[in-house]
Design a protein around this ligand. Structure first.
Ligand code: NAI
Length: 427
C-alpha cells in the first residue's frame, strides 16, 4: 500500500516547477558521461526489470540523473530526501512526473514528515535500497524487518553512513549486503575531496557574499573532505588552520604546510570555521566564548551535530536571519556569530547550494548505478554485511570517464607487466 506523493499537490504551480526541474536534470545529464553511457546500456538491456529501488538521497539534479538511469533500466523507483533542507522541489516534481518514479522528497520538512517520507518509500517494498547516511537501512531493520527477505542488497553513499553500517555489521545486526560506495576510489578520491572542497567553498562564498582572500579559515578534520576544503581554501588565498584528533592526519596536514592546532586555540583566530569530521560536538560552548565578532560557522559533515547550536542559542542574547541562510547569534558582549544553513551540510542545505559539480557526481552515481545492477544480477554472491565495491567495476567507470574526457593513458608492454608481476628481478 503506497502513499500518494505529496510533492505535486503541494507546489503552487506544479507544471512550471516540473519544467524548471526538467531543465536542471537535462543540464546535469549532459555533463555526466558515465551515467549517460550507463543509461543507454540500461535502456537496451533492462537489467532492473521487475525490481523496485528505494532511495534516500539529496534530491537535486544530479541525483535525478541517477534515478532516471534506474528507471531506464526497468526499475520502479521510490525516492525521498536524506536531509530536510537539501531537496530541490522542482527536481522532485520533475521526477515524480515520470511513470515509474514516485518522489516523496520535499524541502523544509520536520522530523516527523522526514520519517513519514522514508516509510512511504519503504511501502513500495524495495528490492534494493540506495542510501546517503543509512536512514533507509536502519528504518528497514528497526521498523520494517519483514522487508529484509526480499531485499537483495543496498548501497551507501557517504562516510557517515558507511561508519554506521560497519558498526551494525560488527554487532551482527545488518541482515543484507550493502556496498560501501563511499569507500571506493572512484567515489572517495573525487567526491569527498574535490566535490566537498569546491561546493562547500562556493556555497559559503555565495551565501555570505564574502571573499576567502586573507581570511583565517579553520578546517576541522583532515580526512578526505577536510583535505579538499583545505586545499581549495588555500587556493583562494586563505590562511588555513587544521584541527584533528588523529596523529597521522594531523601530521599530514602539518607536512602540507597548514597550521595545525587545537580547536581551543583556533577558536579565537578563525574568521571562518568549516567542520568536516563526521563527529559530534566539534565546536562547542567554550569555543563560542572565544570567537571574534563576525565569525562564520559552517558544517560540511553529514549530520548537523558538529556545531553545538543549542549551546550557542542558549549563550546568545538574540538571534536573527541576517541574510538568506545566515543566522546571526548575538552574544551578551556584542560578539556576533554567523551560522550558515542551520549547521546542516552547507554545500547542499544553504538556500543557494547546488551540491557537488556534475562531473564529480557522475562518478559517485556511476558507482551507485553499477552496484545496484551487480546486486540484482549477483546478489546471492554477497553475504549480509558491508562489502567493498568490486575493483573491476570501479576501474571500468574510470575508463569510461577518461574516454569521455579524451584523456589517453599508456598501455604497459608485456615485459613491463611481467616485471611488475615478478618477484625474481633484483639488482
Ligand atoms: P574521514 O573519516 O576521511 O575524515 C574525518 C576526519 O575528521 C578524520 O581525519 C578524523 O580524525 C577527524 N575528526 C574526527 N573527530 C574530530 C574532531 N573532534 N576534531 C577534529 N577532527 C576530527 O571522513 P570524510 O570522508 O572526510 O567525511 C567526513 C564527513 O563528511 C562525513 O560525515 C561524511 O559523511 C561527510 N561527507 C560530506 C559530503 C558533503 O557533500 N558535504 C561529501 C562526502 C562526505
Amino acid at each position: 500500500m503506497t502513499t500518494a506523493s505529496p510533492i505535486s499537490g503541494r507546489l503552487d504551480n506544479v507544471e512550471s516547477a516540473r519544467a524548471e526541474g526538467r531543465k536542471k536534470i537535462d543540464w546535469a545529464f549532459e555533463h555526466m558521461p558515465i551515467l549517460s553511457s550507463l543509461r543507454e546500456d540500461f535502456e537496451a538491456e533492462q537489467p532492473l526489470a521487475g525490481e523496485t529501488v528505494g532511495m534516500a538521497l539529496h534530491v537535486e539534479a544530479k541525483t535525478a540523473a541517477l534515478v532516471e538511469a534506474m528507471a531506464a533500466a526497468g526499475a520502479e523507483v521510490a525516492i525521498t530526501g536524506c536531509n530536510p533542507l537539501s531537496t530541490h522541489d522542482d527536481v522532485s516534481a520533475a521526477l515524480d512526473a515520470h511513470d515509474n518514479i514516485t518522489s516523496y522528497a520535499e524541502h523544509g520538512v520536520d522530523d516527523e514528515e522526514y520519517y513519514e517520507a522514508i516509510d512511504a518509500v519503504l511501502a513500495h517494498e524495495p528490492t534494493v535500497t540506495v542510501d546517503d547516511g543509512g536512514d533507509l537501512v536502519f528504518r528497514v531493520h528497526e521498523e520494517h524487518p519483514e522487508l529484509i527477505d526480499t531485499i537483495v542488497g543496498g548501497t551507501e553513499e557517504t562516510t557517515t553512513g558507511v561508519h554506521r553500517l560497519r558498526s551494525m555489521d560488527d554487532d551482527e545486526a545488518l541482515d543484507y549486503p550493502v556496498f560501501a560506495v563511499n569507500d571506493t576510489p572512484m567515489k572517495r578520491l573525487f567526491d569527498n575531496v574535490h566535490g566537498t572542497g569546491e561546493s562547500s567553498l562556493a556555497s559559503i562564498a555565495m551565501t555570505t557574499n564574502l571573499s576567502w582572500a586573507g581570511k583565517d579559515v579553520v578546517v576541522a578534520g583532515f580526512g578526505y573532505c577536510g583535505k579538499g576544503v583545505a586545499r581549495k581554501a588555500s587556493g583562494q588565498n586563505a590562511n588555513v588552520i587544521v584541527t584533528e584528533i588523529d596523529e597521522r592526519r594531523a601530521l599530514e596536514a602539518h607536512m602540507e604546510g597548514y597550521d595545525v592546532m587545537s580547536m581551543d586555540d583556533a577558536a579565537e583566530i578563525g574568521d571562518v570555521f568549516i567542520t568536516t569530521t563526521g563527529n559530534r560536538d566539534v565546536i562547542v560552548d567554550r569555543h563560542f566564548e572565544q570567537m571574534q565578532d563576525g565569525a562564520v560557522l559552517a558544517n560540511a559533515g553529514h549530520f548537523d551535530i558538529e556545531i553545538d547550536l543549542d549551546a550557542l542559542s542558549e549563550r546568545a542574547d538574540s538571534e536573527r536571519e541576517v541574510r538568506d541562510g545566515v543566522r546571526e547569534y548575538r552574544l551578551d558582549d556584542g560578539t556576533r556569530i554567523n551560522v550558515l544553513a542551520e549547521g546542516r551540510l552547507v554545500n547542499l542545505a544553504a538556500p543557494v547550494s547546488l551540491g557537488h559539480p556534475a562531473e564529480v557526481m557522475d562518478q559517485s552515481f556511476g558507482v551507485q548505478a553499477v552496484c545496484v545492477k551487480e546486486l540484482v544480477e549477483n546478489g546471492d554472491d554477497y553475504d549480509a554485511g558491508v562489502h567493498d565495491v568490486p575493483d573491476e567495476l570501479d576501474r571500468q567507470l574510470a575508463a569510461i570517464k577518461l574516454d569521455a574526457e579524451g584523456v589517453e593513458l599508456d598501455e604497459p608492454t608485456d615485459e613491463q607487466t611481467e616485471y611488475m608481476d615478478s618477484w625474481q628481478h633484483g639488482t
